[in-house]
Design a protein around this ligand. Structure first.
Ligand code: FAD
Ligand code: HEM
Length: 803
């Protein structure tokens, strides 16, 4: 174990519960007499705080902190829910006999930038003793932050803060320098901190002890030259290797598809198959070895496999996400070729017909979509038996729970053959994997597309905005995002060309906003940003509810332990794979590495009819992990997803830096949603409690479900499942009209435009039963069918009729 158990829950569902109960210990520093309340995580991380005397009545702007950790680096988040993104972070590490500190700010799950606001740290004392280092410091302007216009704050007068901690074993690359690069944490989390006992009348006296402002020493940044063989050379002051950027082709395209993920790849393939000229533009680098991706552990050197190809390595996204996850959204999303389908756990579900029928408007019901869905599953059938020898490896945990369900009268199903059997059912996990490798859209649709002369693919290229004149798009603007990326403008075929946004729930919504399509308040933010001077003029803005209707599976984890459960260390497989397992995989694609980490299964389903008369769908993913919460590796976590029928909705917003944030989370905003969560957990507890030797850990056997659920913080960082959808909702009710909620029509065309379309998770009006990628691929297949039938004249007529 490498202390990462709770990281992996995030594979399918990023769950990092706020721990309500990290022990709070009083501590007095012997040298200064400063009295802290401290919280420790394991033996290697302690943070403590002392607050001004009036901090409980008047929100403090500063505090005195103590950080004591074992090397490489450690830090804390001051954010509202102790989250990593969109919050002031403080990082510290030892350098010789000093402790270097650095304020940081992260817009996504990547290496945080150096914070640009006015937080000030003055050291009171520091010490380095072997691998342990300690710094006592005064932190001014640390409870509110402003990083290049993105703001946030917490208040001390509620007597409670939620704090985040992070700790890494590896030292920063250049430890003498506060601006140093460093790697991802090996442990992290959030916890509730009572601060009633942390105020002190001696605060001012103690604060006066803070005198040391010097903080490491280092040189300046390097300058690199960016050249373009077909365009002018440009020089960039961004540190890093030399990047060559290229001017785009002067060709025009029938279709430009933005984003090569679950939505973008299939439609690009289908349209090119129909003879259209198609350019697929992906912001990120190649991922799979099939496309010359290079990110891999040493043991894959010399093979054409990368971390994105081997199912058992999929959890690497939670161990090292820098350079893989999107930098411009505060949630986890893959910004590499393949998008989410390159980084996800590969769970692959034939849609429950009710997911189409209840969520989507007429024209998109299960009978309409059925042929397209069948085409998607013909291309990517998926498997519940990924090892090529037909063996399901390490199924002990699977057996423990399945036996419980069997005894309780739940029915075992082959989920992808019985997509409607979603009530009191359980079964094996279905993956999109093929031949022991990740498979999915990259291994199928993209392969066939690339063989066609009328198909082009740009990687490392960001589409900045759609260039439009009123309702009509004529081009997209490109920004180079890495070696071989394109910079400039690429044009659509005049009059008939179309642009399809498939940049994901946050990416497509952001592109719409940058193209002058969205709510006025959001467009005003874009207008006031660096985009302002070149943004489409205000008289051409199209007012649509882009960013509203944000949905995700609400995740609620429960934990049990059982002596028969066997843990497999998928983390160790990165550096030190079990030789037998490695050999099995390399030789004939058998063994545990063909299965997704961390040993997922059984899956099970429940439906709850709530007092409001609705039926709500729940899906559970169980897996062997969770030792950090139970103290034994014989633990299974069961993640409950609240899906179809949920009525809570959130909102995505854009920041002045042009990043996106979950401004309002979509969880537990309605009584019916809460009722479904509680009733279904009661069903689960009833089903499993009679299992011999099974122990409930969270909730404890004597704790009520309501009490347990109420103890969990509800926030995006704490309860997300990474199944974000809905920011460009499809519907018949044109969002430009009063009370209209839809951004795209049933042809996936953005209302008020004649040739801008959105085809990805953002058009989903509501949550699906299960992990959504297969349904997104099916939707993309169906959208291709509709677009090929939609004539230019009909698309134009629609604009006129509806506007
Ligand atoms: C860690 C994780 C685990 C998951 N596990 C599962 C699972 O097991 N099963 C499942 O079904 N679902 C899973 N999901 C969800 C699933 O992967 C997503 O719902 C799905 O990929 C969304 O498809 P999409 O086409 O909307 O967006 P994406 O697949 O995210 O694709 C969007 C693409 O657009 C690119 N892009 C964004 N902006 C631009 C721009 N301006 N210019 C050019 N390109 C751009 C991005 O780089 C990305 O490649 C998981 C998601 C995550 C993050
Ligand atoms: C290279 C730098 C970093 C990378 C790549 C990174 C990546 C990540 C990822 C992927 C997660 C999500 C894990 C999950 O949801 O399961 C996460 C969570 C977290 N990180 Fe980081 N991190 C980095 C640096 C930091 C720093 C410097 C801090 C604080 C000082 C920090 C604090 C946290 C906290 C508190 C969480 C949990 C809350 C949340 O998900 O927002 N991280 N990080």
């Amino acid at each position: 174990m490498r202390g990462l158990t709770h990281l992996v829950s995030a594979l399918l569902a990023a769950v990092s519960y706020i721990q309500p109960g990290l022990a709070q210990t009083p501590y007095t520093d012997a040298k200064t007499g400063i009295k802290f309340s401290t919280w420790s995580q394991g033996s290697g991380y302690t943070f403590g705080v002392a607050l001004p005397e009036d901090a409980l009545t008047k929100s403090a702007t500063e505090y005195i902190g103590i950080l004591r950790c074992t090397a490489g680096w450690c830090g804390l988040s001051h954010g509202e829910s102790g989250q990593m993104t969109q919050a002031l972070l403080l990082v510290a590490w030892p350098y010789k006999d000093q402790v270097v500190t650095s304020f940081r700010y992260a817009t996504g799950y990547n290496l945080p930038e150096v914070y640009s606001g006015n937080a000030k740290l003055t050291q009171i004392s520091s010490s380095v003793n072997g691998s342990t280092f300690e710094v006592i410091y005064r932190c001014e302007n640390c409870f509110s932050w402003n990083h290049e216009g993105a703001t946030g704050s917490v208040s001390t007068n509620e007597g409670f803060l939620v704090l985040g901690y992070a700790q890494a074993k590896a030292a920063p690359t250049n430890p003498s320098c506060p601006d140093s690069v460093f790697g991802q944490h090996s442990t992290f989390g959030q916890y509730g901190a009572e601060i009633n006992n942390t105020v002190n009348k001696d605060y001012t006296k103690w604060a006066a002890l803070a005198t040391k402002t010097s903080n490491g020493a280092c040189g300046g940044t390097t300058t690199t030259t960016t050249t373009s063989p077909t365009g002018p050379s440009t020089t960039s002051s961004v540190p890093g290797p030399t990047v060559t950027c290229v001017a785009p082709s002067r060709d025009t395209y029938d279709y430009i598809v933005v984003g090569a993920g679950a939505g973008g790849i299939p439609i690009a393939d289908r349209l090119s198959d129909a003879g259209k000229s198609v350019l697929l533009i992906e912001k990120g680098p190649p991922s799979s070895g099939r496309y010359d991706g290079t990110m891999k552990p040493q043991w894959l050197d010399g093979t054409n496999l990368t971390r994105f190809d081997v199912p058992g390595l999929c959890n690497q996204i939670w161990v090292d996400s820098d350079g893989v996850s999107c930098k411009d959204t505060d949630q986890m999303a893959g910004c590499v070729l393949g998008g989410g389908t390159a980084v996800n756990a590969g769970l692959w579900w034939r849609p429950n017909p009710a997911d189409w029928d209840e969520n989507f408007p007429p024209g998109w019901h299960s009978r309409d979509v059925a042929p397209a869905e069948s085409r998607a599953f013909a291309r990517i059938p998926g498997t519940d038996n990924p090892s090529l020898d037909g063996v399901l490896y390490q199924h002990e945990g699977f057996d423990v729970l399945s036996n419980g369900f069997k005894q309780a009268g739940w029915k075992e199903v082959k989920a992808n053959q019985q997509p409607t059997a979603k009530n009191h059912t359980y079964g094996r996990t279905n993956y999109m994997f093929d031949h022991g490798e990740r498979g999915g859209p990259m291994a199928t649709y993209l392969q066939t597309a690339l063989k066609r002369p009328n198909f082009g693919l740009y990687v490392n290229t960001i589409v900045k905005r759609v260039v439009r004149d009123g309702a009509h798009a004529s081009a997209v603007e490109l920004e180079c995002n890495g070696n071989g990326g394109y910079v400039g403008k690429v044009n659509l075929t005049p009059k008939t060309g179309r642009v399809i946004l498939a940049a994901g729930t946050f990416g497509s919504a952001k592109l719409l906003l940058r193209s002058g399509i969205g709510p006025a308040d959001q467009l005003a933010i874009v207008a006031n940003s660096s985009d302002g001077p070149t943004m489409v003029s205000k008289d051409q803005w199209i007012n649509l509810p882009v960013g509203s209707n944000l949905v995700d599976h609400l995740n609620t984890d429960v934990y049990v332990t059982h002596p028969d459960v066997v843990f497999y260390d998928f983390y160790a497989a990165w550096t030190d794979p079990n030789p037998n397992d490695k050999e099995k995989y390399m030789k004939n694609r058998t063994g545990i590495f063909t299965q997704s980490a961390p040993n997922i299964g059984p899956m099970f389903w429940d439906e709850i009819k709530t007092s409001d008369g609705k039926v709500r769908q729940l899906q559970y993913t169980s897996r062997v992990e969770g030792e950090d919460k139970t103290g034994t590796n014989k633990t299974m976590i069961m993640s409950q997803y609240l899906g179809r029928g949920s009525t809570s909705r959130g909102r995505m917003a854009i920041t002045p830096q042009l990043t996106t944030v979950v401004a309002e989370h979509p969880y537990l905003r309605t009584e019916g949603d809460k009722e479904a969560v509680l009733k279904s957990l009661d069903n689960l507890r009833a089903a499993l409690t009679p299992v011999k030797n099974l122990t409930w850990a969270l909730p404890l056997a004597n704790q009520t479900t309501a009490n347990y659920v109420d103890s969990l913080v509800v926030s995006a960082a704490a309860r997300r499942s990474n199944h974000w959808m809905g920011t460009a909702k499809m519907g018949l009710d044109d969002g430009r009209v009063k009370n209209g909620t839809a951004v795209v029509d049933v042809n996936t065309k953005v209302y008020g435009t004649d040739n801008i379309f959105v085809v990805d998770a953002s058009i989903f009006p509501g949550m699906s039963t299960g992990n959504p990628s297969a349904m997104i691929v099916a939707a993309s297949e169906y959208a291709a069918e509709r677009l090929l039938k939609l004539t230019t004249a009909a698309a134009k007529r629609n604009v006129e009729v509806l506007s």
